[in-house]
Design a protein around this ligand. Structure first.
Ligand SMILES: NC(=O)c1ccc[n+]([C@@H]2O[C@H](COP(=O)([O-])OP(=O)(O)OC[C@H]3O[C@@H](n4cnc5c(N)ncnc54)[C@H](O)[C@@H]3O)[C@@H](O)[C@H]2O)c1
Length: 263
């Protein structure tokens, strides 16, 4: 038996951050395709407006909010605006993030540490702080926060990113426990290497980086953005009603452990 996902989110409304590119863009388009009214949130206004126009041209319902997620007042305005625009807030995908520049820990510039922690960790807290009251008031809903494979294992050279992504997992678990009784399910995803601009920039730094990353993935390839978006939609759907506090690995087996020769 196949279950149709078409119209799965009809009558629901939500927001996606980091929606002007990569994983966030793919998720926003997929939510709209499946019937949701979606607020796309990003600092990149031109790309966000273009994507909203394309969603609308395809018959979907979407709006764009330009927002620097490191500004708590702007985040509050954005979240309240998203809830007001469609009269409800059923889901939120808190996804925007940056990797930051590559240095060993002792050489990380102070401002670089602040910048990465502010977006990759603190902005996720701001989003949840202002989203949760709307979800509770509406009788429940779902939040998905984007962590990373770097949220469960070390990656040399990007200490602030690794620290922030580990913290997103902890923040997700605490909040999931607090709001379960209110019907708000909160989960994190931990994507591995996924074909986006972020990954292209990372690979551009060294000639062998992409081949080395691919070799370390048991499935033998990078993820497509839609493969990550599918999991986000499942976590936000009614089908996931028993899933809370997860740090869902979506990494082709990257974090399963070192491959051992079998002899
Ligand atoms: N691509 C990967 O391989 C990978 C792997 C693991 C985790 N992730 C995580 O997935 C998320 C999305 O990554 P992606 O690869 O799609 O990145 P991306 O660079 O393609 O997209 C990130 C988006 O965030 C937006 N953004 C950046 N700073 C912002 C700010 N201050 N306020 C609002 N928006 C801002 C950017 O404009 C961009 O549209 C990130 O949290 C990232 O850490 C990505």
């Amino acid at each position: 038996m196949t279950t149709s996902v078409e119209g799965q989110f009809t009558g629901k409304a939500g927001l996606v951050t980091g929606a002007s590119a990569g994983i966030g863009e793919a998720a926003a388009r997929m939510f709209a395709d499946r019937g949701a009214a979606v607020t796309l949130v990003d600092i990149d206004v031109d790309a966000g407006r273009r994507i909203v126009a394309e969603i609308e041209a395809g018959g979907g319902t979407a709006r764009f909010e330009g927002c620097d997620l490191t500004d708590p007042e702007a985040v509050k305005r954005m979240v309240d605006g998203a809830a007001k625009a469609y009269g409800r807030l059923d889901f939120a995908f808190n996804n925007a993030g940056i990797t930051g520049s590559v240095h060993p820990t002792a050489d990380v510039p102070l401002e670089e540490w602040e910048k990465v922690i502010k977006l990759d960790l603190t902005s996720v807290f701001y989003c949840m702080k202002y989203e949760i009251p709307h979800l509770v008031a509406g009788g429940g809903g779902a939040i998905v926060n984007t962590s990373s494979d770097a949220g469960t294992q070390a990656v040399a050279g990007i200490a602030a990113y690794v620290a922030a992504k580990h913290a997103v997992v902890g923040l997700t678990k605490s909040a999931a426990m607090e709001y379960a009784a209110h019907g708000v399910r909160i989960n994190a995803i931990c994507p591995g290497a996924t074909k986006t601009r972020m990954m292209a920039e990372w690979f551009a730094a060294s000639p062998d980086a992409e081949a080395a990353a691919t070799r370390s993935i048991p499935l033998g390839r990078l993820a497509e953005v839609d493969e990550i978006a599918e999991a986000v939609l499942w976590l936000c759907s009614d089908a996931a009603h028993y899933a809370i506090g997860m740090a869902m690995a979506l990494d082709g087996g990257l974090t399963l452990g070192p491959a051992h020769p079998t002899g």
